[in-house]
Design a protein. Structure first.
Length: 128
């Protein structure tokens, strides 16, 4: 459902705002993903996990990730917690450590969400 409403103070200019109710759980999930992606160190951690996936399918330790990205273990741990909370990274216990890897379902959900916009925009052709 899409509602158009004139906000107070803008009515005289004919401006309108678009109000789109979003499923709260989906909206919050997508928002937390984009918030997690907004930090360059977290992006570097995701790149390191993606690049290491073929060689280390079980994942990487915090120490390995911190070394690859050039940050402290404490910073890597803090950033991985944010990424895990957003659903982008998962951790699994090995015999001696915790291994972190990408969570493909989270990226698929973001892709599906974005496709809803790109599909909509693809049908939106305005000439001049």
């Amino acid at each position: 459902m899409v509602l158009l409403e004139k906000p107070d103070g803008l009515a005289s200019h004919g401006l309108m705002t678009l109000v789109m109710p979003v499923d709260d759980s989906a909206g919050e999930g997508i928002a937390s993903v984009f918030a997690a992606l907004s930090n360059p160190d977290r992006l570097q951690l995701l790149h390191a996990l993606r690049d290491a996936n073929a060689r280390y399918p079980g994942g990487l330790t915090i120490t390995a990730l911190a070394n690859k990205v050039g940050i402290t273990r404490f910073a890597a741990s803090r950033h991985l917690r944010v990424l895990a909370t957003a659903g982008l990274v998962r951790a699994a216990a090995s015999k001696t450590s915790l291994l972190h890897s990408l969570e493909p379902r989270a990226f698929e959900a973001v892709e599906d969400w974005l496709l809803g916009y790109t599909d909509h925009c693809a049908g939106d052709h305005h000439d001049g």
